[in-house]
Design a protein around this ligand. Structure first.
Ligand code: ADE
Length: 239
């Protein structure tokens, strides 16, 4: 069973995305548990539930304090062993399919969402095991990044998607973009579905899909073709 504990000052930002579609169904099937923890519950300031303070050095913005973050992480660690304590940050390694696949094989993960100017650096030095960014742009906080990561991780847990093939054939699983897909009607306003897909000839269809994937990857994401070359010379020859 995969368990994800997300620590945040804005749990309401995550409630919607985590309770829809595949994320919801995977939790209902008992294949994953996702728990939201409000950092304010770990504040020692009982009156205002404050969790941030001004930075030393006089810069603008607020910084999440050590104590509530340490208390939140420590209370979780008392209950189980965690594979990783991840901090969402634009400084981190860039999230991708390989990281999603790898994290989906963990049992227990903590995801700490940064906010304001960030968290006291001592937390990053002493408690965080991995920092992950979802791209080279700055978000207001780590919540949207956590939602993106939770979605990508949970959907590749075996059994999360009814037809398991469907997650394996996603774009990026083999460094190839997915081929185009079509549904009925086969002719809409004269816009026709490629003939081969209506032929019922399984081998020709698979061949067509592979050619489409390779053509689209070369045209739209030539950088992936180069990655494929360094990782697997054989598949590059096909490309
Ligand atoms: N927090 C702010 N920006 C972020 C990003 N790009 N990725 C992850 N966490 C973030």
């Amino acid at each position: 069973m995969f368990r994800l504990d997300i620590i945040t000052v804005f749990p309401e930002m995550l409630e919607g995305p985590l309770n829809c579609s595949i994320l919801k169904r995977t939790q209902e099937k008992g294949l994953a548990e996702i728990h939201l923890h409000n950092l304010r519950d770990y504040s020692s300031d009982k009156r205002h539930r404050r969790v941030d303070d001004y930075p030393f050095g006089g810069q603008a913005g607020m910084v999440l304090q050590c104590e509530p973050v340490d208390r939140a992480i420590s209370s979780l660690k008392l209950q189980r062993r965690y594979d990783e304590v991840i901090y969402t940050s634009p400084d981190g390694e860039t999230f991708n399919q390989a990281i999603a696949n790898q994290l989906s094989m963990c049992e227990n993960l903590i995801l700490l969402c940064g906010h304001y100017k960030g968290i006291d650096y001592r937390i990053r030095e002493h408690l965080i095991t991995r920092e992950i960014s979802i791209g080279d742009y700055v978000l207001t906080g780590g919540e949207l990044a956590a939602a993106v990561m939770a979605d990508a991780i949970v959907r590749v847990i075996p059994g999360a998607i009814g037809d398991e093939q469907s997650a394996l054939s996603d774009s990026f699983q083999d460094n190839l973009l997915a081929p185009p897909v079509y549904t009925r009607p086969s002719d809409y306003k004269g816009w026709k579905v490629p003939e081969v897909l209506l032929s019922g000839h399984e081998a020709n269809i698979r061949d067509w899909e592979l050619q489409q994937s390779m053509e689209r990857t070369k045209r739209l994401r030539p950088d992936l073709v180069r990655i494929t070359f360094t990782r697997n010379e054989a598949s590059n020859r096909v490309l």
